[in-house]
Design a protein around this ligand. Structure first.
Ligand SMILES: Cc1cc2nc3c(=O)[nH]c(=O)nc-3n(C[C@H](O)[C@H](O)[C@H](O)COP(=O)(O)OP(=O)(O)OC[C@H]3O[C@@H](n4cnc5c(N)ncnc54)[C@H](O)[C@@H]3O)c2cc1C
Ligand SMILES: NC(=O)c1ccc[n+]([C@@H]2O[C@H](COP(=O)([O-])OP(=O)(O)OC[C@H]3O[C@@H](n4cnc5c(N)ncnc54)[C@H](OP(=O)(O)O)[C@@H]3O)[C@@H](O)[C@H]2O)c1
Length: 382
């Protein structure tokens, strides 16, 4: 049992980064990193399939930019969004969501300037879609720059902000293999929109702002309800599909299965952009193959050839064997990108059942639905 209730949003565990390495090698378009966070003395435990909630802080440069637009020093006294008396700078760093402006904030900008007819128009109820499109890639700072005559009182500004939220990360280690730490596999989010370099709050907090051996990461465990392995003595085959950072819970599962000498076959599908730069944890997975912890390891490197090859292409290529595993009662697990990958993998699973299982599209849909009902199709997608 994990001790999830001991720490929570109101009572996070202050954790220490003890090891951080870049998994993406030189030449990769990605910046995916491996983090090891110290758990010693915390009493915090978890199960494979759980996630770690991380409460980040904002980038000080972005906060300075906000302060500059308003002519503030940062040492003004305010109450943060938890009603704690702090300096304005501290409230902007630790309490305020500076990334996603909402209608309340935009209305306040319109009201303050008295001269923002285009923004006012976008706020009309019938222009919801246009507003959404306008907000894509824009943060609070953009509106402060675009409307320099919108001036706020420090407390007024803080109170207008939404709260800075936690981010979840699938845990990529098992306590049986690494009893003193929790590992994460995190893609650093950086992009450029409307003339500014942007930073994902939590992923750059971990990659850039947390220093080794500093105890500054507020964390707690979020239980991965249903995203669990069968018991070690259960011979049910398991199929893991985890491209990109979707690999995280499966590294945890494999460590656990290795430590518990789990029965049953295991098949891992992993995909990334290139085998040379982004085959995360390659040696570990090859060792698991040698030891028999993994039965099959199937990779899809999307940019190693002219045409894109994704995990779902590998799934359909291996339809006959995959169908056989499903018929033996295998559990299919998927983790990673929800909007495109998980949708396409779902289609590929239907295709496997149709082609290798000889079923009509309707029968295949029923088969997959039954997998879901039997908890043999488990998803942790984001
Ligand atoms: C259960 C669960 C498990 C997860 N596990 C992992 C994991 O193991 N590893 C991992 O890396 N992530 C994982 N995530 C995702 C993670 O929680 C964060 O969402 C991710 O790290 C981004 O957070 P951030 O604070 O860095 O970025 P944010 O500050 O939240 O910024 C991300 C947002 O920026 C915007 N954005 C991004 N790119 C662009 C662009 N090009 N143009 C315009 N806007 C853009 C989008 O609105 C996007 O939602 C998981 C999520 C869940 C729910
Ligand atoms: N919503 C989006 O547009 C979007 C885009 C990228 C990432 N993300 C998010 O960014 C985070 C980190 O991403 P990540 O680094 O873990 O990995 P990722 O960007 O999902 O990439 C991992 C691998 O999946 C491939 N891929 C792209 N589209 C796919 C599809 N439809 N089906 C199967 N595979 C596909 C990528 O190939 P190619 O890159 O070569 O196509 C890459 O080889 C996640 O939270 C993810 O949801 C979202």
């Amino acid at each position: 049992m994990s001790t999830a209730p001991a720490f929570n949003l109101k009572n996070p565990c202050p954790a220490t980064m003890k090891h951080a390495v870049k998994l993406s090698k030189e030449g990769s378009p990605k910046d995916t990193r491996h983090f090891e966070i110290d758990l010693r003395g915390s009493g915090m435990t978890f199960e494979p399939g759980d996630s770690l909630a991380v409460l980040p802080t904002n980038c000080p440069d972005l906060v300075q930019d906000v302060l500059n637009t308003q002519g503030w020093m940062g040492d003004e006294s305010v109450e943060d969004l938890g009603k704690k008396p702090v300096s304005l700078r501290e409230a902007l760093i630790s309490s305020c969501n500076l990334a996603t402006p909402d209608k309340k904030f935009l209305h306040a900008i319109v009201q303050k300037t008295g001269n923002a007819p285009e923004l006012a128009k976008l706020l009309e109820p019938e222009r919801k879609e246009q507003l959404e499109a306008h907000l894509h890639g824009r943060e609070l700072i953009d509106f402060l720059h675009d409307h320099p005559d919108a001036k706020f009182e420090p407390q007024e500004f803080v109170s207008l902000c939404k709260k800075l939220l936690i981010r979840l990360y699938s845990i990529s280690s098992s306590l049986k293999a690494n009893p003193d730490s929790v590992h994460l596999t995190v893609a650093t989010v950086r992009y450029h929109t409307f003339g500014r370099d942007r930073k994902g709050v939590a992923s750059t907090f971990l990659a850039e702002r947390v220093k080794l051996n500093e105890t500054i990461i507020p964390t707690f465990i979020k239980e991965g309800k249903g995203f669990r392995l069968p018991a070690a003595d259960d011979a049910t085959p398991v199929i893991f599909c985890g491209p990109g950072t979707g690999i995280a819970p499966f590294r945890s599962f494999l460590q656990e299965r290795d430590a518990t000498k789990a029965k049953g076959k295991a098949w891992l599908f992993f995909g990334e952009v290139s085998s040379k730069t982004d085959f995360f944890y390659e040696e570990e997975f090859n060792d698991y193959l040698k030891k028999g912890v993994l039965t099959n390891l199937t990779t899809a490197f999307s940019r190693d050839q002219a045409e894109k090859i994704y995990v779902q292409h590998r799934i359909t290529e291996h339809a006959a064997e995959l169908w056989q595993w499903l018929e033996e009662g295998a559990i299919f697990y998927i983790c990673g990108d929800a909007s495109r990958m998980a949708v396409d993998v779902d289609k590929a699973l239907h295709a496997v059942v149709e082609t290798a299982g000889g079923k009509t599209p309707e029968e295949a849909a029923e088969y997959i639905e039954q997998l879901r009902k039997d908890k043999r199709y488990r998803r942790d997608v984001y």
